[in-house]
Design a protein around this ligand. Structure first.
Ligand SMILES: Cc1cc2nc3c(=O)[nH]c(=O)nc-3n(C[C@H](O)[C@H](O)[C@H](O)COP(=O)(O)OP(=O)(O)OC[C@H]3O[C@@H](n4cnc5c(N)ncnc54)[C@H](O)[C@@H]3O)c2cc1C
Length: 400
């Protein structure tokens, strides 16, 4: 039987980071990956460009996560500056885009993976090694013995990258409800006519959750950063667990198409304009408020004639217009789960020490990355979790 100080299960960003850190701390480390290569999901991130982290100041960054108290220690232990140094030391710099999103200057996730791999020289990597059992004393698949184990097997999304439900059974820990996160929404209504249209900076709401961002129409429903972020809030509110059954959908979401103006301000504006621009057709007037390609669809949906002149619009129609500009609703049929980017839920944080990432139930067993009940919005927040918790798990497990 091969013997190691530390076995890391899962060669995604969290597991790779844990293995690098533990080996730099003089531990004998084996990294076990069920695929024939490392970081398959990492290669897909940011559309192949890898939005590696988010550069918000650390306090604001932490406020973007519902599990901020748990993440605090790992974020302060391995900061964005530490992450940048790791890559800059090997010659890879970064660029910043809107919303504090950070990408490698080459805009290739492969370059991120290549640099990480350069740090793995002292780590034994076993490819095509699917961990199926971890027995006490840490005997893995009856082949490997390790003093400590770090589990970094990821979540459920994009199963072709190595993720899946069955990995949770390896953890020997209580698991919270498993749900899809950062996922496009399917609509009851066919949106093919406006597929490709984007609504910029609208406010989307579901129950008490409100998210500002862009909405992109696809052939099957709604996507774009605003929708993707709202999907996390929907998932959190809906009661379901994919380990048992999927969600039963019957929900509406509302879009405020003109968030910069209140109902009263719109009313005042329309009252004036409908007189002063009386001969203008409604469909042309609405160009002041809505994207051109969306106007026809919008008017059809709310049953108003686009050719009507503003002076001929009665009070009832004006009110209907205002109501729908402020609250245009979509009936949601489900999640487009094939495209979910993260998993909500995972190993229950109640049994993990946030200062070390070690299980409080099984000493010597550590966790990192998406396998934990941790997730963030879109914009580099999820790789940030993987790298910081991976670093902390590797550091603590190798601390002798
Ligand atoms: C399309 C897409 C785009 C994304 N873009 C971004 C982005 O730009 N920025 C961002 O911050 N986040 C992004 N994310 C989210 C991010 O990729 C994940 O949060 C991150 O990869 C999680 O890292 P991880 O190491 O915890 O898990 P993973 O990356 O899922 O790695 C887990 C690894 O464990 C291996 N494994 C699983 N079970 C076993 C087993 N039993 N034995 C051995 N090995 C096993 C798997 O094969 C896999 O290699 C994106 C996700 C997707 C799907």
């Amino acid at each position: 039987m091969e013997e190691y100080d530390i076995a890391v299960v899962g060669g995604g960003p969290a597991g790779i980071m844990a293995a690098i850190t533990a080996s730099q701390n003089s531990s004998r480390v084996v990294l076990l990956e069920k695929n024939s290569s490392l970081g398959r999901k990492l290669l897909m991130t940011g559309g192949g460009r890898c939005n590696i982290t988010n550069l918000k100041p650390i306090k604001k960054l932490l406020n973007s996560y519902s599990q901020k108290n748990f993440l605090k220690h790992s974020f302060y232990t391995f900061t964005n500056e530490d992450l940048f140094s790791l890559f800059q030391d090997k010659g890879l710099g970064f660029i910043q885009e809107d919303d504090n999103r950070i990408f490698p200057e080459t805009e290739k996730s492969l370059d991120i993976l290549n640099v990480l791999t350069e740090y793995l020289d002292d780590v034994v990597i076993s490819y095509n090694f699917e961990v199926e059992s971890i027995r006490q004393g840490f005997i893995i698949n009856d082949k490997i013995k390790a003093d400590k184990v770090i589990i970094a097997t990821g979540g459920i999304t994009y199963p072709q990258t190595g993720c899946g439900m069955k990995n949770y059974s390896l953890t020997s820990q209580p698991i919270t409800d498993i749900k899809y996160g950062l996922v496009p929404l399917l609509t009851k209504r066919d949106l093919s006519d406006i597929a490709g249209v984007t609504l910029y900076d609208v406010v989307i709401s579901y129950k008490k959750s409100r998210v500002k961002g862009n909405v992109l129409f696809s052939h099957v429903g709604l996507t774009g950063p605003g929708i993707i972020n709202l999907s996390n809030e929907i998932s959190e509110v809906l009661s379901y667990n994919l380990l048992e059954s999927g969600p039963d959908f019957d929900i509406d979401i509302a879009v405020d198409l003109v968030p910069e103006l209140s109902r009263d301000q719109l009313n005042e504006r329309f009252t004036g304009d409908f007189q002063s621009k009386g001969k203008t057709m409604l469909k042309n007037y609405l160009k002041l408020f809505l994207t051109n390609r969306f106007i026809g669809f919008f008017l059809d949906e709310i049953g108003l004639d686009g050719e009507i002149q503003l002076s001929k619009i009665n009070k009832k129609s004006k009110n209907r217009l205002i109501e729908n500009l402020k609250r245009f609703t979509f009936e949601i049929d489900g999640f487009n789960s094939d495209l979910a980017k993260v998993t909500i839920g995972g190993v229950d944080l109640a049994n993990i020490n946030p200062k070390t990432m070690e299980s409080t139930l099984i000493p010597g067993l550590y966790f990192a990355g998406e396998v934990l009940d941790l997730h963030g919005p879109t914009g580099g927040y999820n790789l940030k979790i993987a790298f910081s918790t991976g670093y902390l798990a590797g550091l603590s497990a190798s601390d002798r």
